[in-house]
Write a protein that binds this ligand. Structure first.
Ligand code: PEP
Length: 251
């Protein structure tokens, strides 16, 4: 049985002390939770301190990005080896903000995904359409291209163990959530692409998270859908109270 995943993307928020303050509360309030895997993705600068706080707990650590080379002359970049060394087991790759502001293409996402696997970091590969693409009926086409190109050349084992996050760009940080039916439709579509690329089993096994203004108010309706395996949460993961509610939903 797949365990759902509730992942908090803290984006470019919180100093080290603010991050430590949040994780301490979180750790105490969700220590008994076993039905959902919990993940926090703080800023790079807070990873070390947050990792010290969560050692031995049921909270996992992830980065919000990584570079595709393991070391070398790439000023300002952070390698998968460094991410692993600091305690991360996951990395978010190809978030729409990186695709939009840092021109990350599917090819770059593919290189980063493979680099993550080379250091046994589990990639959370993000896909999603813009409002313009949705309004011009391009959603399926865009998602299929993102999946096929971002995951190009992966083994069956890699394809089943990675995590996909479907995040419609128009729903991120806007307070507009895709309706549970809209989300389910795309999650199901992603599994169909997976069946073609890999197999029925792999399509069933891969965890597909929904992201885009997930909150304690909409988690229950979203999680009723059969193809939604958890959430990638921005805004609501920055406050202990709302993230704890999201995690406790699964208990
Ligand atoms: C995100 O950061 O991936 C996200 C979905 O943000 P929000 O929950 O704030 O929409």
């Amino acid at each position: 049985m797949k365990k759902p995943l509730m992942a908090g993307n803290w984006k470019m928020n919180k100093t080290v002390s603010e991050s430590v303050e949040l994780i301490k509360i979180l750790k105490n309030m969700v220590h008994y939770v076993t039905n959902v895997e919990i993940l926090v993705c703080p800023a790079f600068t807070a990873l070390y301190a947050v990792n010290n706080e969560i050692k031995g707990s049921n909270i996992n650590l992830g980065s919000q990005n990584l570079f595709w080379e393991l070391k070398g002359a790439f000023t300002g970049e952070i390698s998968p080896t460094m991410i692993k060394d600091i305690g991360c087991s996951y990395a978010i790759i190809g978030h729409s903000e990186r695709r939009q502001y840092f021109v990350e293409t599917n090819e770059i996402v593919n290189r980063k995904t493979k680099a993550a696997f080379s250091t046994t970091i589990t990639p959370i590969v993000c896909v999603g359409e813009t409002l313009k693409e949705r309004e011009s009926n391009m959603t399926s086409k865009v998602i299929e291209k993102q999946i096929r190109e971002s995951l190009f050349g992966l083994t069956l084992g890699q394809a089943s163990s990675l995590v996909i996050a479907y995040e419609p760009v128009w729903a991120i940080g806007t307070g507009k959530t895709a309706s549970p039916d809209q989300a389910q439709q795309i999650h199901h579509f992603i599994r169909k692409i997976y069946e073609q690329m890999y197999s029925k089993d792999v399509a069933y096994e891969v965890r597909i998270l929904y992201g885009g203004s997930v909150s304690p108010d909409n988690i229950s309706d979203l999680m009723k859908k059969p193809d939604i395996d958890g959430g990638l949460v921005g805004g609501a993961s920055l406050e202990a109270e709302s993230f704890i509610k999201l995690i406790r939903f699964f208990e």
